[in-house]
Ligand binder design. Structure first.
Ligand SMILES: NC(=O)c1ccc[n+]([C@@H]2O[C@H](COP(=O)([O-])OP(=O)(O)OC[C@H]3O[C@@H](n4cnc5c(N)ncnc54)[C@H](O)[C@@H]3O)[C@@H](O)[C@H]2O)c1
Length: 372
């Protein structure tokens, strides 16, 4: 497909990230077709018009159904709230469009399964926004592990902590209602941690878990009273990967001071690798080698040796940022579409990640071990 036509739905946090990625991807990576910024949708339509001018889209609409049906649109980006993903994705797939959808796929696992099945049956390419696994630091950690740098993997520890719901005085929002948001910290944050854990240790086989709602109710913004918080603020699971590796996964949206602490450690028989998204250009590696008196963690700063860092910048230490991960994601999606190969993670792979967060919620609610 020459110069695929892009239809972008949503212009918020992720809408802008997708727009920036489409705008930059050809300049950063010369081997991908230049996307044509064809049609932008948001509500109300006036907002779509303003943002189309800002993002450089040729046309705008307030009607997402018109966007997915538009003959000039080849790829649909879905960056709307979780509750809208399923309907939009199914319509785009039915119209024969490739779909880049933000995570989580849907509110519940049954809906996510339906989306993955529709994508499989149609043969269109799909991609889900698990951007953190695009980080050159992450893919380097995968290479280090595969190359035996820390021996056999024995243990994984992961945390994803933010503080956007830590303040008890924040007003109630749709994020607190299961019908609108689905899961809480697990759906917003935990699924990203799972995507990294699985990328390092393989699929999860079983788990036990606990979760809690820290602030049980919040004041309504209009002052008319309080409403319940229906989903979890924190969740923690003890997991067994299919490989036999044991680990723990923990997610919180009420962790004061943590802004994007998507962090993990992989423990091996001869060393350890650590990462924290708040310092996303660094890996920490400990190897049990050389004189004991000189052993210690070393910090590996990503640079051109860690592809595709060099596509952005020839100088090590100059640092990639969050939005660059979306550029890498866009490039991988466009390449897969051009080569007619399966993008990763597509809807089917995302379903496997999201099965884990729903298993954590099931295990916590039922107080029993859940097998995936
Ligand atoms: N991959 C990541 O790292 C990451 C980070 C944040 C959010 N997300 C995901 O991205 C999605 C969006 O989150 P966000 O933070 O960008 O939200 P947001 O509120 O900033 O943006 C949502 C956008 O969707 C638009 N919208 C809502 N209803 C619409 C409709 N019917 N038609 C057209 N447009 C409509 C809104 O006007 C807004 O522009 C969520 O699913 C979220 O989980 C992913």
């Amino acid at each position: 497909m020459q110069n695929p036509g892009i239809g972008l739905i949503g212009t918020g946090f992720m809408g802008k990230a997708h727009a920036l990625a489409y705008g930059a991807v050809r300049a950063v990576f010369g081997d991908v077709p230049a996307p044509r910024l064809e049609l932008l949708c948001d509500t109300p339509a006036e907002r779509a018009g303003e943002m189309a001018a800002q993002f450089g889209f040729a046309r705008s609409t307030g009607d997402w159904r018109a966007l997915v049906e538009d003959p000039a649109v080849d790829i649909v980006s879905i960056t709307t709230p979780n509750s809208l993903h399923k309907e939009m994705a199914l319509a785009a797939i039915a119209a024969g469009k490739h779909v880049w959808c933000e995570k989580p796929l849907a509110l519940g696992l049954e809906d996510a399964r339906e989306m993955a099945e529709a994508a499989r049956a149609s043969g269109v390419a799909t991609m889900v926004g698990y951007n953190y696994i695009r980080n050159p630091a992450f893919t380097h950690a995968q290479r280090l592990i595969a190359g035996g740098a820390i021996g056999d993997i024995v243990h994984f520890r992961g945390w994803v902590d933010e503080d956007y719901q830590a303040d008890p005085d924040l007003p109630w929002t749709w994020r607190a209602r299961i019908a609108d948001a689905g899961l809480g910290a697990l759906g917003d944050l935990g699924c990203h941690l799972v995507s990294m854990a699985c990328g390092l240790c393989g699929p999860v086989e079983s788990l036990v878990a606990d979760m809690q709602t820290v602030h049980a109710s919040r004041a309504l913004a209009d002052g008319s009273g309080r409403a319940p918080v229906e989903n979890e603020d924190t969740a923690t699971a003890l997991v067994r990967f299919a490989s036999g590796v044991q680990g723990s996964l923990s997610a919180s949206r009420t962790a004061w001071g943590r802004k994007s602490r998507l962090a993990w450690e992989v423990h091996g028989t001869t060393g350890m690798i650590c990462f924290d998204q708040e310092r996303m250009n660094e890996l920490h590696l400990y190897q049990n080698a050389g004189p004991k008196a000189e052993q210690g963690f070393k910090t590996i700063l990503t640079g051109p040796e860690h592809a595709p860092f060099g596509a952005f910048c020839p100088a090590p230490g100059h640092q990639l940022g969050f939005n660059d991960l979306k550029v890498i994601e866009a490039a991988d999606f466009l390449r897969a579409i051009a080569a007619q190969t399966r993008p990763h993670p597509d809807f089917a792979a995302a379903l496997e990640f999201e099965a884990v967060i729903h298993a954590i919620a099931d295990a916590a609610r039922s107080d029993r071990r859940v097998r995936l």
